[in-house]
Design a protein around this ligand. Sequence first.
Ligand code: FAD
Ligand code: DHB
Length: 402
Amino acid sequence: MMAGSEKATSSGLATSTERTRVVILGAGPAGLLLSHLLHRAGVESVVVEARDREYVQARVRAGVVEHGTADILREAGVGDRLDREGLPHGGIELRFDGEGHRIPMSDLTGRHITVYGQQKVVHDLTEQRLADGGDVRFACGPARIHDVDTAEPSVTYTLDGEEHRVVADFVVGCDGAHGSGRTAMGPAMSALEKEYPFAWLGILAHASPRVDELVYASHERGFALYSMRSTEMTRLYLQVPSSDRLEDWPDDRIWEELSVRFSLGGEPWSPTRGEIFERSLAPLHSFVAEPMQRGRLFLAGDAAHIVPPTGAKGMNLAIRDVALLAPAMAKQLTDGDESDLRTYSERALQDVWRAEYFSWWMTTMLHRFEGTAFDRRVQTAQLRSVVSSRAHSTALAEAYVG
Ligand code: FAD
Ligand code: DHB
């Protein structure tokens, strides 16, 4: 961080102004990995995070790390714990009409996924950044972005009655779907979106998973997903109407609904029960910002795109974005060569749209919609084709393992 200066503003707040090369909003997977990759390329950055560290690290979200994502984390020197504690999975089960069908992803693609909580990814990256002397500022409240069409873009935040301004060569919005990055794109951005009329109720329970691999179940009462975090911790999801609230779902109702939706051979099939210690509701929608750049502002991760969680792509895409952005930005800042940075948005959007397509496909194939009997038959025909055609299974497996 270069030397700063202090003065008072017309609002009466004392201000401090500092300078860095890249200022990053958000200490989620995208922001932290970007800062780490820039550091490895010799470029300094400041990460400004609205919430405190405990909150960020306690937030329960994704669980599936794609093959290619694990490679990126390993190559960046932050894959040791993932290799030690992650659960490698070579297949998933699709369950419908009371029958389970395994998609042998490793046999079909030679690749596998790793079940490893996003919380752990965030924890590993935070530890590494701090061990390397990285500048990660937690609990700053929502930061604001300024002057992205000039050579001196900046970010401001207010902390303990003082306004802080960080001026940089570039600002990167890694601040998720509700951050300032998206807003600062203004009319430069087109929003392409799709809403789904349901949400996922997700729970974490102290229970040994009854299965070794993930189960995606499509039942006439709705979708259910069996996942896990460890040999003692189960993660489960239920499709519920968007209007439902957590109070509508007491523990017994959750377990009963799960055992119906996971039915096998006409009989209810119950996950191992245990204490539910975390629960959340997440609406499903798709969103893409085009382009992912305005002047000296770049977007990465959920700030730029949202996928419905059915394809397990969100965190993986966030990591892929910054693996493209970091070397392009470092090349511009160290050699003055901006060729890769100029094509960042275009290259990132190709992967984004592939993931949007896959997530939409998985969502529409597996969830219960207010459709006609015709729609339902087509859905079943599609599932039958996926599990009986090697070509169709391979297409799913390739997209899933990444
Ligand atoms: P985030 O993790 O959202 O981080 C953004 C950060 O910015 C936050 O820490 C926030 O506090 C901060 N912030 C916001 N506004 C500001 C501001 N103005 N100033 C400063 N900081 C700000 N993805 C997968 O790949 N696999 C899965 O299996 C999967 N399952 C999921 C299941 C559920 C139920 C949900 C909800 C999501 C799932 N996802 C999954 C998606 C995944 O969690 C997200 O895509 C991922 O968190 C995106 O990372 P990010 O760094 O872009 O954003
Ligand atoms: C998990 C989440 C997903 O969205 C998914 O498709 C698979 C697993 C999970 O949280 O474990």
